[in-house]
Design a protein around this ligand. Structure first.
Ligand SMILES: [Fe+2]
Length: 325
């Protein structure tokens, strides 16, 4: 049997921020992530149930952009296999040597065809022990639960132009092995959104039509909370800290999860605190297909309705960086 490369999980996102100290305060001190290390302009963070060196990389910059969505392969040799696959299919990529990101091995980077987002593929990553003061007595988590208690990265929501969503989804499915789990399709019209995953989650990556028809736009990254009560507690605390809440808490029909969208005060990047949801184990699971008639329930099952107006604050996206290095 020929060995095919595969993606195992969403590894991390790299976000640039014009105020890295304020962003660190938000992710580390408020959300409760561990600052694992720093090198030059970058800070590396992980949540308390994560063992990999980082699930979020913050980059000191004068702009707030998505620098990479990084996907971890299933095996070390898959990085090289994907490089060959991209080359054979005419997708340009660059090789990123081990150590370019702290704790991380060799990687490749390219722009996702049709999506336009900078994607990084890697496998090797260190799994350092947390320092004594943060380490949990529980053997199954890397550190103690702190702050609002985000426990792991959950998914990334990427926007592209309406006419590209279908092709971008197809590229993810055919080339990286993502599965469509839920989607919003206009009858006889374009695919407007797709929730895709390589794990039992409903989505590791969501691809959504951008109301302004921008390619390569970044809407949000989500971090997972244990339960709905944590979302309500988070809202209470974030309100008191005067941190901008874009939407929620409420519940999406899509994914069946509670949402709370907030802004990192250092960068303005939108962050979703995500709780609940269902998991998919069936190998022949049929995706849930939303239509214009049902999509309202899909976006908002209860809570403040999700606005679709392109001028609404919630629809605004940040850009992806245009460079791979
Ligand atoms: Fe989301």
């Amino acid at each position: 049997m020929t060995e095919h490369p595969s993606i195992s999980m969403l590894g991390h996102v790299t976000l640039s921020t014009p105020d890295i100290e304020k962003s660190l305060w938000f992710f580390r001190d408020v959300l409760g992530m561990e600052e694992v290390g720093r090198d030059g302009k970058r800070a590396y963070l992980r949540a308390y149930q994560e063992w990999e060196h980082h699930s979020l990389v913050l980059v000191d910059s004068n702009v707030a952009e998505l620098e990479q969505v990084a996907l971890r392969t299933s095996k070390a040799e898959d990085v090289e296999l994907y490089a060959r696959h991209l080359h054979a299919n005419g997708v340009e990529y660059v090789e990123i040597p081990k150590g370019d990101k702290l704790g991380q091995g060799d990687a490749i980077r390219f722009f996702m065809p049709h999506g336009g987002h900078p994607i990084e593929i890697f496998y090797d990553i260190e799994k350092p022990q947390a320092p004594e003061g943060l380490r949990s007595r529980l053997l199954n988590q890397s550190s103690t639960r702190r702050g609002l208690g985000v426990r792991r990265i959950d998914h990334a929501n990427l926007h592209t132009a309406t006419e590209e969503v279908g092709a971008a989804e197809e590229w993810l499915v055919r080339n990286l092995g993502f599965k469509r789990r839920e989607a919003f399709q206009i009858p006889d019209g374009p695919l407007m959104a797709s929730w895709t995953s390589v794990t039992p989650q409903v989505h590791d990556i969501a691809l959504v039509a951008n109301p302004e028809n921008k390619v390569g736009a970044f809407h949000h990254v989500a971090f997972n909370l244990e339960n709905f009560a944590d979302s309500l507690t988070a809202a209470d605390i974030l309100r008191d800290l005067n941190i901008q809440i874009d939407l929620g808490p409420g519940k999406h029909g899509i994914g069946n999860a509670m949402y709370l969208y907030v802004r990192d005060p250092g960068s303005g990047h939108r962050i979703e605190l995500y709780a609940g949801g269902y998991l998919i184990f069936s190998p022949d699971h049929e995706p849930a297909m939303w239509t214009p008639e049902t999509f309202g329930d899909g976006l908002t099952w209860y809570g403040e309705p999700t606005p679709l107006d392109p001028s609404a604050k919630f629809s605004q996206t940040t850009n992806s960086t245009k460079k791979l290095i």
